[in-house]
Design a binder for this molecule. Structure first.
Ligand code: PMV
Length: 334
């Protein structure tokens, strides 16, 4: 039996956003979404069986907070039930980027945990099943299982078996970059599930937002396959702004965007006017992100780094999918 498993998964940034659930406990999305899996942002998780039935969860080598540990244990129960093995697990996890700051640490975290736990508990899964399993930890984790450019299907079934992500193009298909502007490293003001549910029930724009996401996902995949950068950039910007518009229209409103975030959005527009193609996106946090082509990335990164309110810039490129190593084998999802 495998005694220790090490899993590594990268974060992802959605170009067409997921923001709305058709089922909360299973994290089933109301619409499809499209993302890029990103290097160097990753989570590394090491799992082994503990001596008793209790789990031990360490975050960056320090015992994790109770709430976080409980979430991990509840998630591991899925594997215990599937395998009939009810042993406790020792989980050591670390991110190479700030946790819970709108940089999707839950995506890489649950993708790594799902892949690692499947191997530790010896539960056989193909990539679609693994993605659907990661989804149950955090919706966007479904996408971090896969490498490169990724489509997460909405699916129709109530049990969620048809709501998984798949790679539509590998990392080497297209060398696009995402420049993450770090404005703050503090935790989120509101969790994504609460924000999505409030938007669903309290925003007059929710239905229009979900309707638009269906068409946007199709067009984004098409633009990725054809390497049509302007089209992909337009879709990316529009999806982010439509998502934020929907949540800002909820009562009470949800406003993740800060002054610096919006200023960087205007920076992208002025760069485009001057002939440099940069497009803006932003998730459930204030960090602005710029999508660009590799040839322009260094010059745009320099401008972003010098921008008032930006503390750091993380230069990201397309990454491979989840990788699992045991004492004897290595397995990587392209
Ligand atoms: O996976 P969650 O529940 O953290 O939701 C992520 C939602 C956004 O980051 C705002 C959008 C997305 O598609 O990643």
């Amino acid at each position: 039996m495998t005694s220790e498993v090490k899993a590594r998964a990268h974060a992802n940034v959605a170009l067409v956003k997921y923001f709305g659930k058709r089922d909360v406990p299973l994290n089933l999305p109301a619409a499809p979404s499209v993302s890029m899996t990103l290097s160097p942002l990753n989570t590394e998780t090491v799992l082994s069986f503990a001596d008793g039935v209790d789990d031990q969860v360490l975050l960056a080598d320090v015992p994790a907070e109770e709430k976080f540990s409980r979430r991990i244990s509840k998630y591991l129960n899925i594997f215990r039930d599937l395998s009939g093995n009810h042993r406790g697990v020792r989980v050591t996890t670390s991110n190479n980027f700030p946790t819970a700051a709108g940089l999707a640490s839950s995506a890489s975290g649950f993708a790594a945990l799902a892949a690692g736990a499947a191997r530790l508990f010896d539960v056989n899964m193909d990539i679609a099943q693994l993605s659907a399993m990661a989804r149950r930890g955090s919706g966007s984790a479904a996408r971090s299982v896969c490498g490169g450019y990724v489509l997460w299907h909405r699916g129709e079934k109530n049990d969620g078996t048809d709501s998984f992500a798949e790679s539509v193009a590998p990392p080497e298909h297209w060398d696009l970059r995402i420049l993450v502007g770090v404005t703050t490293t503090g935790p989120k003001e509101i969790g994504s599930t609460v924000a999505m549910e409030r938007t669903r029930t309290e925003s007059p724009y929710y239905n229009a937002w979900i309707k638009s996401a269906h068409g946007a996902a199709k067009e984004a995949v098409d633009a990725i396959l054809k390497k049509d950068f302007e089209k992909l950039g337009d879709i990316t910007e529009h999806s982010a702004l439509a998502m934020h518009a929907a949540m800002m229209a909820a009562a009470p409103p949800i406003v993740f965007l800060k002054g610096t975030t919006l200023d960087v959005f205007h920076l992208a527009r002025s760069l485009r006017k001057e002939g440099t193609a940069a497009y803006f996106t932003c998730d459930a946090g204030p960090q602005p992100k710029l999508l660009c082509q590799a040839k322009d990335a260094d010059i745009i990164a320099r401008q972003l780094r010098a921008f008032p309110g930006i503390k750091d810039v993380i230069h990201c490129a397309p990454a491979e999918g989840v990788r699992v190593e045991t004492n004897t084998t290595t397995y990587c999802e392209k």
